[in-house]
Design a protein around this ligand. Sequence first.
Ligand code: TIU
Length: 228
Amino acid sequence: MTVVRAQPYLYTFDTRTTALVVIDMQRDFIEPGGFGEALGNDVSRLEAIVPAVAELLDVCRKARMMIVHTREAHRPDLSDCPPSKLGRGHAHLRIGDRGPMGRILIKGEPGHAIVSGAAPAAGELVLDKPGKGAFYATSLHSDLIAAGITHLVVAGVTTEVCVQSTLREANDRGYECLLIEEATESYFPAFKAATLDMVRAQGGIVGWTAHLADFAGALEKARETHVS
Ligand code: TIU
């Protein structure tokens, strides 16, 4: 078992039954010209966490953990996009419109790709999801059950939208979830802070939060113990 200093208390897990889930590290949210910017957001905050996500991927790969990447995306004919999602807000570019990185949030377009700094490696699961939560209308739950996964380490963007939706969906399905603080970000600093607080409040009502250095250090220590 690996034990990490976390909030609201220690998080204990076995790397063999724990998956890293990286949410929507896509150009559409992180680079100018995509969905995030079309919604009126300053996307520069999100780009800043790419090195932290890369480090998290690295330590989890070294620990031979299962790794899942998600992408928020719709079919080219938009048949999996509810009219409510398509029409919401006053964006100058909507889902399916053509922007500087191709059609916004459409599978296979340049903006749909995961940024190169957090790119999936061979053998890692990459799931497209039409909703904010990663369990809605995807095979994620059955994929995790098939792999014997009970614990999820979660990262990605944005903290209070797709990451929090996924954490809540996972919590209701019985997963023990740990959110890595430096490897998630929001367009709104106050929303990130509030989400971290909400997750770990009330004795970990949704899950735990931990710093990347503590998580990486715990895995390193476990590796040394295993080797010696
Ligand atoms: N707008 C926003 O903050 N997020 C999303 O629309 N999707 C994700 O969080 N991935």
